[in-house]
Design a protein around this ligand. Structure first.
Ligand code: HEC
Length: 106
């Protein structure tokens, strides 16, 4: 099941087909995490610019934690201007995909 889903995702058709239920798909996240990498480092790794500020490591954190953190930035419950802006640009599906992706990193 997972394999098929990943193949569909690679073919670019899964995006529309899962509108009913938001299920995180790590394979779908690759393009989406490109904009995270500059700050959160290589996936699964740590801060790229520690001399500017400490950026939390995302790889290996639980999907639930990443999801709730991003939603908290969206709602303004967590206050960090950059992350609020970034979270605001993500859809619920994007968040689920990104959370799945990072939770599978070691
Ligand atoms: C411009 C730099 C920058 C970019 C780009 C960026 N982040 Fe962040 N991110 C940060 C910083 C700095 C923090 C810590 C903010 C704080 O203290 O609340 C953070 C925090 C987070 C957290 C909370 C982590 C924790 O342990 O509490 C998550 C989740 C997160 N970012 C996800 C993402 C995702 C997903 C992307 C890409 C879609 C992304 N970030 C892009 C700088 C960035």
């Amino acid at each position: 099941m997972k394999k098929i889903f990943a193949l569909l995702a690679l073919a670019g058709v899964a995006n529309l087909s899962v509108a009913a239920e938001v299920v995180g798909n790590a394979a779908n996240a690759r393009a989406k995490v490109e904009m995270c990498i500059g700050c959160h480092g290589i996936p699964g790794y740590k801060a790229t610019f520690p001399e500017v500020y400490q950026v939390p490591k995302l790889g290996g954190q639980s999907a639930k934690y990443i999801e709730s953190a991003l939603k908290a930035y969206q709602k303004g419950e967590r206050k960090h201007p950059t992350m609020q802006g970034i979270a605001a640009s993500l859809t619920e599906q994007d968040i689920a995909d990104v959370a799945a992706y990072y939770s599978q990193q070691k």
